[in-house]
Each structure stands twice: as C-alpha cells, then as structure tokens.
Design a protein around this ligand. Structure first.
Ligand code: ADP
Length: 184
C-alpha cells in the first residue's frame, strides 16, 4: 500500500497515518517528525531547517526530497509506505512521481474547516509546546497550506487518486471513513 496523507496542518494526518501504518503494516514517514528530530539532535540538517520551520515556511523542495529519498532507501519500504507531510508543493509531487516505479494507490485528503483547525492547533500548542504552534506561526502555516499545498488537490484529482474524507469526526470515525474510501 502506497499512500499520501494530505490535508492542512491540524487535520489529523499524523493520527490517521499511525493507524493506517498499523493496519497495512507499512511504515509511516512523517517529514515533520524527521525534521523535528534533526533539529533536536542538532545535526547539520537540523541546523539548516530550524529557522525556516520556526517561521512556518516550507524548507526547499530539493532538501525535503533528498530527506524523503534517504528515508525511503532505509529498507523497510518495499511493501509500501504512508507519506505524512510530503509532498507539500506541486514541485515535490512531481519529484515523487519521478521517484516511484509505480503509481500511488491513493491520496487521502482529510478535510476540516478553518475554525476547527485553528482550535485544534491552539490546543496542540498548549499540550505539546511545539515551537511552531504559536498564534503567528499557526496563521502563516495555514496560509502556506492554501497557497502552496492546496494546488496539489487538482493535481491528484486529475490522476484519479484523490479520496476526500470528512475529518471532523472522532479519530475512530475518520479512520473508518478512510478504510471505506480505499475499498471503493
Ligand atoms: P503540520 O502538519 O502541523 O503542518 P509538519 O509536522 O508536517 O506540520 O511540518 C512542520 C514543518 O516542517 C513545516 O511547517 C515545514 O517547515 C517543514 N516541512 C515538513 N514537511 C515539509 C515538506 N514536505 N516541504 C517543506 N517543508 C516541510
């Protein structure tokens, strides 16, 4: 199973990726988690991306594509993978197509309205203390999503890959909707 998890920040991609990973027994690759781990370690990659991440902007397509290639070559992806947080621009989606020998099985788009997203991201900020979950950065991540990432919707729609899911229910409800959409 080779899936892309798609949606705005706060939609619940990571939560659903973890469940789908267990269900299909394929690894979930979260570019946000990989980059945060690099920043925490203070590696060369971490030093390169720290300030960009804190501003809510995207790191460059070249850099993040190299990170994904390295992760995919780690050896546990031969039965498939779930991508969470990549691709995030049309350039990244084109790079991904070039990397894969066969088409994706689907792109799971989790849809949640803006007010609900803001409430969730503010909640996460106070629970987890993520340094990019402050009010200003939250707003800039949502606008980066609209400008740079939302254009991927028609890109994948035109390839017949898009599965649009109502993301406002409980995690269990959303998970059930995703599984049903993958069967049809
Ligand atoms: P969220 O899902 O809350 O938007 P992520 O954890 O996926 O956040 O990503 C956090 C940050 O890491 C992004 O705001 C961005 O700076 C960087 N990042 C993650 N994935 C990518 C990507 N595919 N392209 C560019 N930057 C990325």
């Amino acid at each position: 199973m080779r899936l892309v998890m798609f949606g705005p920040p706060g939609a619940g991609k990571g939560t659903q990726a973890a469940r789908l990973s267990e269900h299909f027994r394929v690894p979930a690759l979260s570019t946000g988690d990989i980059l945060r781990a690099a920043v925490a370690e203070g590696s060369a990659l971490g030093k390169q991306v720290k300030s960009v991440m804190e501003s809510g902007a995207l790191v460059s397509d070249e850099l993040i594509t190299d990170v994904v290639i390295a992760r995919m070559n780690a050896g546990d992806c031969d039965r498939g993978f779930l991508l969470d947080g990549f691709p995030r621009t049309v350039g990244q989606a084109e790079a991904l197509e070039g990397l894969l020998s066969a088409a994706l099985d689907g792109v799971v788009s989790i849809e949640v309205g803006e007010e609900e997203l803001l409430a969730r991201l503010r909640g996460r900020a106070s629970e987890q203390g993520r340094s990019d979950d402050n009010e200003e950065t939250i707003r800039s991540r949502l606008s980066v999503y609209k400008e740079q990432t939302a254009p991927l919707l028609p890109f994948y729609e035109s390839r017949g890959l898009l599965r649009s899911i109502d993301g406002t229910g409980t995690p269990d409800e959303v998970f059930a909707l995703i599984l049903a959409s993958l069967k049809s």
